[in-house]
Ligand binder design. Structure first.
Ligand code: ZN
Length: 168
């Protein structure tokens, strides 16, 4: 065992990149795009700025706890988690690599979030491709899946139900 090196911003980001999203454990909170900024002061105190996916998302408490313990373990002397609600998080902040991981995990990645949400709501959505077999012959089963952030679809070809990470 080596003693923990001095915590740098790069190291802090690296550590945060290992903190999984509680709802989708295959992607980290960094890949999800909710970690907006990390500041490390010379004494080792860290300030993390987070924009929650949904305000009031119960997973935020878990994320904050996990972020704290990961940074303390990496040598942070103090951790402050700041929540910033504006600009609001959008699924567009999920990077391409993370989208692939979502698909591999069996969750259909979100489409592009569109401005003018009211128009989007009233328009029929194109079918979401099945993450298992790629078929676009799928149907929406429920607007609300295991969490408010996901919808449940069923594939008419391979018969598998799957979650869709809803774009917003
Ligand atoms: Zn399928």
């Amino acid at each position: 065992m080596v003693s923990a090196p001095v915590l740098t911003r790069e190291r802090a980001l690296e550590v945060l990149g290992t903190v999984p999203d509680p709802e989708v454990p295959v992607i980290s909170v960094v890949e999800l795009g909710i970690v907006r900024d990390v500041e490390v002061r010379p004494g080792g105190a860290v300030t993390v700025t987070i924009t929650p996916t949904y305000s009031g998302c119960p997973a935020m408490f878990e994320i904050e706890k996990d972020v704290r313990s990961a940074l303390v373990e990496a040598g942070a002397t103090a951790v402050e988690v700041r929540t910033v609600l504006s600009p609001a998080w959008t699924t567009d902040w999920i990077g391409p690599e993370a989208r692939e991981k979502l698909r591999a995990y069996g969750i259909a990645p979100p489409g592009r979030a569109e401005s003018g949400g009211l128009v989007t709501l009233t328009r029929a959505r194109p079918p979401v491709p099945c993450p298992f077999c790629g078929s676009s012959d799928t149907r929406l089963q429920s607007e609300f899946g295991s969490t408010a952030c996901k919808a449940i679809h069923v594939c008419n070809d391979c018969r598998q139900p799957f979650d869709e990470f809803k774009a917003h």
